[in-house]
Write a protein that binds this ligand. Structure first.
Ligand code: SF4
Length: 395
């Protein structure tokens, strides 16, 4: 979005930070370690004496930390992105608009700001505010521009894509039907959906998601398998509801890829609660699990809890969940060895390799210099818990 604004003012992306006149740092503060990384980067850039604009969640919730580390930086929180163009123009002027160039063949398609949740651990909610869905027609126009510019893959994203349109009298299923009706050979990946909101739109979403242009990939963060902890987190669903939803999605598409998130060591989590999470993961068998140790964020209800889980215990639980995650993913991916799959080449890999995505968004590494955006038939020759490795089948 900000890159598009820069292009429309005639400015182009530099090869690297050293050559840039202006550095825009988009920040995240979802957990403490990420916040620390952001502050380190702000300090580094501050030392280079470049024009710096800090955007994203830190600009909303911790502007004082930005000022402390880079006093001259301009701070533009997400609620003020409409001022970004004026800020750039006042410092650098503007030239004739440049064509918008997608990042490789992949374009991010933001569909909303904020969410309808009130999770007790979440600082993003404070930074991004209540749900503000972008008008459907604007999203369609953005998608058309990205496709006309060469994109082959659109990443539909927001804090919770499942609540898209709740404030506009529409829903994600409707938006996806309009996107898949656009002409061209492209794929869409739907970003994170919270289970409570997906439950509300499942009858509209599932038929739309079954379109051939949409990756059969679902990111459904469960966070815990314990109903007691889910209630403490303010998530608005029970573990059984998540299992039911996944059962329905798998019935519609048995080979789908499932990604989920869990938090280890949430305040008040007992060893029985932790075992409920282990049990749920064994039941739903996700391909990907993002395991995070609870990180207390200032200003959130969970920050005030007196029932903190000792760090050592949270670490052990996190390790156990990660090991389980890799065991499940190893088994799932090993079963794909020997199969033939079609992939869309989306990334340049390490060395002389390229990476493509299957129709279920699994990454496949191949040793062949195929152009980005092309398709190939590959035989899967080996796997790890995170990747498949394939060999192109010659036509
Ligand atoms: S749904 Fe919950 S975790 Fe996600 S952004 Fe909203 S409040 Fe935060």
């Amino acid at each position: 979005m900000l890159m598009d604004a820069l292009s429309s003012l005639g400015h182009e992306a530099a090869e690297n930070a050293v050559e840039a006149d202006l550095i825009v740092l988009n920040t995240c503060v979802v957990i403490k370690t990420t916040e620390n990384r952001m502050i380190k980067r702000i300090r580094e850039i501050s030392g280079q004496r470049k024009h710096l604009v800090v955007t994203g969640c830190m600009a909303s919730v911790f502007p004082d930390k930005i000022v402390k580390n880079a006093p001259y930086a301009k701070i533009v929180p997400p609620s003020q992105y409409d001022t970004f163009s004026d800020l750039v123009t006042s410092t650098f002027g503007a030239g004739p608009p440049l064509p918008i160039t997608p990042d490789g063949v992949t374009s991010i398609l933001p569909i909303a700001q904020g969410c309808v949740g009130s999770c007790t651990y979440c600082i993003t909610r404070r930074a991004r505010g209540r749900l503000a869905s972008y008008p459907e027609q604007d999203i369609i126009e953005d998608a058309k521009k990205a496709l006309a510019g060469g994109s082959r893959e659109l990443l539909v994203s927001s804090q919770d894509t499942a609540c898209y349109g709740f404030d506009q009298g529409t829903d994600l299923g409707h938006l996806l039907r309009r996107l898949t009706a656009l002409p061209g050979d492209f794929r869409i990946r739907v970003g994170m959906m919270n289970p409570d909101n997906l439950s509300k739109i499942e009858d509209s979403f599932i038929p739309a998601w079954l379109d051939g242009k949409i990756y059969k990939f679902i990111h459904l963060p469960v966070q815990s398998g314990s109903d007691h902890i889910l209630a403490e987190m303010g998530r608005g669903y029970r573990a059984a509801e998540v299992a039911r939803l996944i059962g329905r999605l798998r019935k519609a598409c048995p080979e789908m890829t499932l990604s989920t998130d869990v938090i280890a060591g949430f305040p008040g989590e007992t060893s029985d609660d932790h075992l409920e999470t282990v049990k749920l993961l064994k039941e739903i068998r996700p391909d990907i699990v993002n395991v995070t140790r609870f990180s207390s964020r200032p200003g959130t209800p969970a920050h005030r809890s007196r029932e903190k889980v000792p760090g050592r215990i949270a670490k052990d639980r996190s390790r156990e969940l990660s090991e389980l995650r890799f065991d499940i993913a190893r088994e799932i991916n090993e079963r794909l060895v020997g199969s033939t799959l079609e992939i869309l080449i989306t990334e340049v890999g390490k060395g002389d390799s390229m990476v493509g995505r299957t129709s279920t968004y699994k990454p496949v590494v191949i040793k062949k210099a195929l152009p980005l955006g092309s398709k190939a038939s590959v035989k899967i020759t080996s796997s790890t818990p995170t990747h498949l490795f394939g060999k192109c089948i010659e036509e």
